[in-house]
Ligand binder design. Structure first.
Ligand SMILES: [Zn+2]
Length: 129
């Protein structure tokens, strides 16, 4: 992974709206168009209405006109590495392939690299997908 993806994820984390959990998370996607799309978690006073950093980055990618995640970095300020939650794994898999690399980072850099298939093995698939 080139350093710019990590820096993008770390930079995105600064935009987190996390007044309740105080747990900022950042995510950055390199898409098939070569561009980097970022996101942060956005909490809400009505807790279930908040969402994670990964879908924010996916939304940015889709609205930027890209459809395929080539690689992705996720970072949380307060964890040594931040694996995407279960729901996010499904969301990421919609736009990733089994071999897509997901980098789990702390503030200093990549701590663990996993593939989509390692993060979400035996994932939901249909003839439609
Ligand atoms: Zn999540």
């Amino acid at each position: 992974m080139s350093h710019d993806l990590f820096e993008a994820a770390r930079g995105a984390m600064a935009f987190a709206h996390a007044p309740y959990s105080k747990f900022p998370v950042g995510a950055a996607i390199r898409a098939e168009d070569g561009k980097v799309y970022t996101g942060a978690n956005i909490e809400n006073l009505s807790f279930p209405q908040g969402w994670c950093a990964e879908p924010t980055a996916i939304s940015a990618m889709i609205m930027g006109g890209a459809k395929k995640i080539v690689e992705m970095a996720v970072i949380a300020e307060k964890l040594p590495l931040c694996p995407p939650c279960g729901g996010c794994r499904q969301k990421i898999s919609e736009f990733a392939s089994k071999g897509t690399k997901i980098y789990l980072c702390d503030e200093t850099g990549v701590k663990k690299t996993m593939t989509m298939d390692e993060l979400l093995p035996f994932s939901f698939e249909t003839e439609l997908g």
